[in-house]
Every structure is written in structure tokens, then in C-alpha cells.
Design a protein around this ligand. Structure first.
Ligand code: SF4
Ligand code: SF4
Length: 287
């Protein structure tokens, strides 16, 4: 069993909906039990030290455990953060008596690396949507503001597919921390977030002959209905969701760009085709 000698992992939940945890709990292969108890790569698994949703202790005992982690496991754990970090006011989100952002920074300072699970932890996500009164930001930005040099690997998505987290974790367990060139401009592992949805979309033949669906529920490419697949990097067409059963576009819903920085504002309102000017701006931002 990996529980005694695996890589220590601390999972901290900030301003989010717990959807990223739920997505991971729905992982079918490996399932959650495999993830927690088995070797993920030969000789290596994980030891989950803290996860408020999964662990037994609650209330004061759980908070005391969280307080002890940076002191007693400094330099030994990977910190996974789920949810955005409110910085607008110290009362916009606390865990125990401590503001979420301060807790996340303290945990990150003593971590080997930070895995930002989901678009909220990666870039602010929905909690950071305009007008963002809580001043929500992602972990990369928080660490920049606090001057903390611990590496951050982003696993965006709203929520991320469980495979994207597992593949990121397995890559780190097998090969160690990624070199800068292994991350893309948005801080994601290139081998996990490889290519645009548009390139592997089953409706691409319709796009290529300009056969666009005029209404929801119709055949054809969803571009005129606001699909952001041409601007979104994710492996949804290959992996699909719920154990490979279905995914947004196959179900007839346009991609809303949930894995991209500045989601949701950059692509809102969702069900509207971008103007040519907006498209050019989006391409420029993506380099
Ligand atoms: S549905 Fe979206 S991702 Fe698929 S081909 Fe059309 S624009 Fe591209
Ligand atoms: S298709 Fe687009 S909106 Fe849907 S899960 Fe994938 S990246 Fe997110």
C-alpha cells in the first residue's frame, strides 16, 4: 500500500464549489480507492494528509492538522489547491479563523510544488468573474504577489477531467517536477493539455464545409452558436466525461472554453459567436 510511503499530498479547498474534488471522485480508471491506496507508478503512490471532504476528522481536529502540516511536513508534500483565493478583504473566505489566501500561501511556502486543480485555483475562474468583488485570484498570481518561488502546475477545467489530474500527478511522480519547456504558456503540462478541441472535434468535418447548426439540437458545427473549441486546449474529444460516455459538444452544447485563462469573462456571453475583432484578440493572447 502506498499510504505509508507514498508522496505526501495536502489538498486545500478555497473559494470554489468542490466540483473538482467531485470530478476526481468520479474517476473510473483509476478509481478513487486505486488513487489513494495503490502504486500509481512502480513503487510510488500518494499519502493524502489532508482533504476536508474525504477525511474523517472535522472541525477543530481537522484545523489543527492543517496548522501542523507546514511545520511538521515542510519540504515533503505536494500542495493541491482547489478554488480561487480571495484577496479583496480578509473576511471574504476563511478556513478556521485564517483567511483562505493566507492559509494557501503558508501551505505553499513549505511545499515541494503546487498543483492548481481547476480553473479557479489556476486563474481565478468563476469566482474571479467580473466584477470580482472578492478580489479572487489563482495560485500562480498569489505566489507572485507573496514572492513565493515554489513551482505551480495548472490543471484547469471547470471542473477538470479526472484524467488530467491523474496524468499530471503520475507525470510528477514518475519524472519529478516538470522543466519549464514541459509547461505551456498557461502553466499546463503540454503532454496533458495537447491541442485544441477544434482539431479533434467530431463536428470538424461540418466546420470545414461551413455546415453550421442554426439552432441547438440541430446537426452541424456549433461555431455560430458560440463554440469556443477553436480557442480551447483540452482533451475532451479524446477522453469524454463520465467514464468516456459523453462530453459537451457530442451532447450538442458548445465548448465554453473552461480550461482557458480568464474563463469565464474572456468568452462571455457564451452563446454568441465572437466577432472577428474578438477572435483576433483571442488568437493574439494565445500567442
Ligand atoms: S463544434 Fe466547435 S470545436 Fe467542433 S468543429 Fe465546430 S467550432 Fe470546432
Ligand atoms: S468541451 Fe470545452 S467547456 Fe466542455 S469540458 Fe471541454 S474544455 Fe470545458
Amino acid at each position: 500500500m502506498a499510504t505509508e510511503k507514498g508522496q505526501k499530498v495536502v489538498w486545500f479547498q478555497a473559494a470554489g464549489c468542490t466540483g473538482c474534488s467531485i470530478s476526481l471522485m468520479n474517476s473510473s480508471y483509476p478509481d478513487l480507492v486505486n488513487l489513494l491506496l495503490d502504486e500509481l507508478v512502480p513503487g510510488k503512490g500518494i499519502t493524502l494528509l489532508f482533504h476536508a471532504t474525504l477525511m474523517g476528522p472535522t472541525g477543530r481536529p481537522a484545523l489543527e492538522l492543517l496548522d501542523r502540516v507546514p511545520r511538521e511536513a515542510a519540504g515533503q508534500y505536494v500542495l493541491v489547491v482547489e478554488g480561487a483565493l480571495p484577496t479583496g478583504h480578509e473576511n471574504f473566505g476563511r478556513v478556521g479563523e485564517v483567511p483562505m489566501a493566507a492559509r494557501a500561501a503558508e501551505l505553499a511556502r513549505k511545499a515541494i510544488a503546487v498543483v492548481a486543480m481547476g480553473s479557479c485555483a489556476s486563474y481565478g475562474g468563476i469566482p474571479a468573474g467580473a466584477p470580482n468583488p472578492a478580489g479572487c485570484i489563482g495560485m500562480g498570481e498569489l505566489l507572485r504577489q507573496e514572492g513565493i518561488g515554489v513551482p505551480v502546475i495548472n490543471v484547469p477545467g471547470c471542473p477538470p477531467h479526472p484524467r488530467w489530474f491523474v496524468e499530471t500527478l503520475v507525470t510528477v511522480l514518475a519524472r519529478g517536477l516538470p522543466a519549464p519547456e514541459e509547461l505551456d504558456d498557461a502553466g499546463r503540462l503540454r503532454n496533458v493539455y495537447s491541442g485544441l478541441i477544434h482539431e479533434h472535434c467530431p463536428r470538424r468535418p461540418d466546420f470545414d464545409v461551413a455546415r453550421f447548426a442554426p439552432y441547438f439540437g440541430e446537426q452541424g458545427c456549433l461555431y455560430e452558436l458560440g463554440c469556443r473549441g477553436p480557442f480551447t486546449n483540452a482533451a475532451c474529444p479524446e477522453h469524454a466525461w463520465n467514464g468516456g460516455v459523453n462530453w459537451c459538444i457530442r451532447a450538442g452544447h458548445p465548448c465554453i472554453g473552461c480550461t482557458e485563462p480568464d474563463f469565464p469573462d474572456r468568452f462571455s456571453p457564451f452563446f454568441r459567436k465572437l466577432s472577428l475583432e474578438e477572435e483576433l484578440m483571442t488568437y493574439r493572447r494565445q500567442g
